[in-house]
Design a binder for this molecule. Structure first.
Ligand code: UDX
Length: 454
């Protein structure tokens, strides 16, 4: 769907929204996409951002950007322990954020502010909003089903569940091993962060989801019942626009020129997102699994993906050369374009929510390789609820990898064929929900009216 400038002009509302993204790729992207969607609805947009992982203002000439200090030491400004990072920032940013917001609210030369929109993980912003008497709306950038698992997690942890293959009664079809755990040096930090994020979301004025009704109908109903605040599932955000430009890393366009040389639906695209890390042994199993599959592959090896290595040093000498052009490795790809490319036939993914949605929107079936947190839940839903992917549940092992790739890409028996049909069907549902009268379209209309009511 395209929201035209014409609609924007018709609905020019002269109200300003202040948005505060969490400075991680998988969170910045949807928040800036949301900002662009709301801009087309006539709102003017101000972004407050941290010094850590700042967005590039030149990609958004219509927005106003304000940077605040995040107080992170050089040794703290990285994603090796995300929970620690978020815990620190939720403390360090209180004063600079409050001062910045107070100044923006006092600026009478600009359009009056309708409300503040922040990532759910910025829990401290709820009390700042209350002090400054401005409504706060929450954007949750993950799936609704994984949010419900996060809500249940503190209670489940008290039950001391230890049998990994056991089903979690409260959250079907999740097993204990799918619970959205995140390794951190102090497990109390995880518990605190999640509890506060949920508590302050409950206290907020509304909830925006980068998801859509037809994908998560039950989870959305449960969530609305549990939180009793207005809920707006308006996703998938990235389908409102051509491929987005909020990438923190430079996207290597050779991905596309290489894909142009490959046969339709022949390439397995491999990427594990912006945070997940591997040890050297796992990395080598993946490399040999790809090589042994005999299928063409496009592999994103982000600098830092392999712990203790700069980039590709662990690969045996001549690894790529020996594949005679069957493999292409980049540091970062233009992922949306890669998934939309006719040569891409499968996505071996960590199931971050953005990647999962992007794959669904392009009708590309997945091989699921979740690492932590919400990825575990998304992977279970992809393989067992939407049934549009296969789950690699065991240790990363080259023979199993090669088999999974060949089954998905080449042998495609009844099960795989059905998977492709199902994801094509979901892709059609995406088009339906975004077109006039569709559920996300209507939800965006409701959100616009709601924002104007403040
Ligand atoms: C993180 C968490 O890991 C994830 O579980 C959570 O849902 C969001 O925050 P990340 O690991 O970055 O996200 O994964 P994901 O949500 O999939 O987002 C990655 C984004 O980077 C996607 O929009 C993808 O298109 C983009 N990307 C990825 C690229 O542009 N190029 C690449 O090479 C890889």
């Amino acid at each position: 769907m395209e929201i035209t400038r014409e609609i924007h002009m018709q609905q020019k509302t002269a109200r300003r929204l202040i948005l505060f993204p969490l400075p991680l790729q998988g969170h910045i992207t949807p928040m800036l996409q949301l900002a662009s969607i709301l801009y087309t609805k006539g709102f003017s947009i101000t972004i407050i951002h941290t010094q850590f992982n700042p967005p590039n203002p030149s990609n958004y000439p219509h927005f106003t950007f304000h940077s605040i200090p995040d107080g992170l030491l050089e040794s703290e400004a990285n994603t090796s322990d995300v929970i620690r990072l978020l815990t620190l920032m939720n403390v360090n940013c209180i004063t600079p954020f409050r001062d910045c917001l107070a100044k923006l609210l006092a600026d009478v030369s600009k359009d009056p502010v309708a409300c503040l929109i922040t990532d759910a993980m910025w829990h401290f912003t709820q009390s700042v909003a209350e002090i400054l008497k401005i409504p706060r709306i929450v954007l949750r950038t993950s799936s609704v089903c994984s949010f419900l698992a996060f809500v249940a997690l503190p209670h489940l942890l008290e039950k001391n569940l230890s049998i990994q293959e056991e089903p979690v009664q409260e959250l079907p079809p999740l097993k204990v091993k799918d619970l959205p755990m995140i390794t951190t040096r102090n497990s109390e930090d995880l518990y605190q962060l999640l509890s506060l994020a949920v508590k302050e979301t409950r206290a907020s004025s509304g909830f925006i989801w980068n998801s859509f009704e037809d994908l998560e109908p039950l989870a959305l109903t449960t969530c609305t019942q549990k939180l009793t605040i207005p809920t707006f599932p308006i996703g998938p955000f990235h389908k409102y626009f051509p491929a987005s430009s909020s990438s923190l890393l430079t996207q290597d366009q050779s991905s596309i020129s290489w894909l142009n040389t490959q046969a339709p639906k022949s390439v397995i695209y491999v990427s594990f997102g912006s945070i997940a890390a591997l040890n050297e042994a796992q990395f080598l199993e993946i490399a040999w699994g790809l090589a042994n599959s005999n299928q063409p592959f496009l592999w994103v090896v982000r600098p830092g993906l392999v712990r203790g290595s700069e980039w590709l040093e662990p690969l045996p000498n001549g690894f790529l050369e020996n594949l005679n052009g069957r493999g292409h490795i980049v540091k970062w790809a233009p992922q949306e374009k890669v998934l939309a490319h006719h040569a891409t036939g499968g996505f071996w993914t960590h199931n971050g929510w953005n990647s999962t949605l992007e794959s669904i929107c392009e009708g590309v079936p997945m091989i699921c390789q979740p690492f932590f947190g919400d990825q575990m839940v998304n992977a279970r839903y992809v393989s067992h609820v939407w049934k549009v992917g296969v789950h690699l549940e065991n240790k990363i092992e080259r023979m199993e990898i090669a088999r999974a790739i060949r089954r998905l890409m080449v042998e495609a028996d009844g099960k795989e064929k059905e998977m492709r049909e199902r994801i094509e069907h979901l892709k059609e549902k995406v088009d339906d929900c975004l077109s006039q009268g569709g559920s996300s379209y209507q939800s965006l209309e409701n959100l616009t009216s709601y924002l104007l009511s403040f």
